[in-house]
Write a protein that binds this ligand. Structure first.
Ligand SMILES: *Cc1c(COP(=O)(O)O)cnc(C)c1O
Length: 237
């Protein structure tokens, strides 16, 4: 059995155990395999082991992998999860199925304008700054409702939920606290009278990575983004 297949099996086991430990169904938690820095052959090997959703952080790298794997295009969901600069938005709008890292109105507008009409709506999540004091990446919780409202009026985007990258910590209580805040914010949006729920599909909480999927699942994650635990340790050139 390949290294990737073995890792994929053990991460699925972790998801199942974490779900059962808190009375959730494992099928309600989707696994996103984060393939950044790893070659297209590794994505293919992961695909051959049954994985269908992949996440990429860098536009050029992601687009060239999508191109290399175009024979699998109709079977793979490609998620863009990294920081997005305005001048790269077109490549993302044209090539990906999801964007998790919407952090300002301008990016949402550009993606909406640039999304080709023949590929369906782009699924998007708003990235929220829950606990990361250092990078300040993501929207402040107080500003999320207004951005939701704006996105809901964009015909080529479909708002699916929220994403966060909390400050890394080994303290499980702290991990859970950060994830709980994102969960509560999504619940708030789902019951908000200020939002037209018929113009969005708020079913996604994108939270949890290799080291904190248990905490994320206990707090309601519906999509965990796992890189290292599937593909191995990354080396950046
Ligand atoms: C790299 C990355 C991940 C995966 O992190 P691991 O710790 O390797 O599992 C998840 N989400 C985002 C946004 C990332 O950039």
């Amino acid at each position: 059995m390949s290294f990737i297949k073995a890792n994929l099996d053990s991460i699925k086991k972790r998801i199942t155990q974490a779900a059962e430990a808190c009375g959730r169904s494992p099928e309600d938690i989707e696994l996103l395999a984060v393939s950044k820095t790893f070659p297209a052959e590794d994505v293919r090997s992961c695909f051959d082991s049954g994985q269908r959703a992949f996440g990429e952080n860098y536009v050029q790298e992601g687009v060239s992998k999508i191109e290399s794997l175009k024979d699998l295009r109709s079977q793979i969901q490609w998620h863009f999860i990294g920081p997005l600069q305005s001048n790269k938005s077109r490549d993302v709008a044209e090539n990906f199925d999801w964007v998790h890292s919407i952090d300002r109105l301008k990016i949402a507008q550009r993606l909406n304008d640039q999304r080709p009409s023949n590929v369906g709506r782009l699924n998007v999540c708003i990235q929220v700054n829950i606990s990361d004091e250092t990078t300040k990446s993501g929207v402040q919780p107080d500003d999320v409702i207004e951005l939701c409202n704006n996105i809901s009026n964009m015909p080529n985007l479909l708002l699916r939920g929220l994403m966060s990258i909390p400050e890394p910590t080994d303290d499980v209580a702290q991990q859970r606290n950060a994830h709980r805040q994102l969960y509560k914010l999504l619940e708030l949006l789902k019951s908000s009278k200020e939002l037209d729920q018929s113009k969005m599909q708020l079913d996604t909480l994108s939270m949890g990575m290799s080291s904190d999927i248990e905490a994320a699942i206990a707090e309601g994650s519906t999509m965990v983004r796992v890189g290292t635990a599937i593909f191995g340790k990354r080396t950046y050139l």
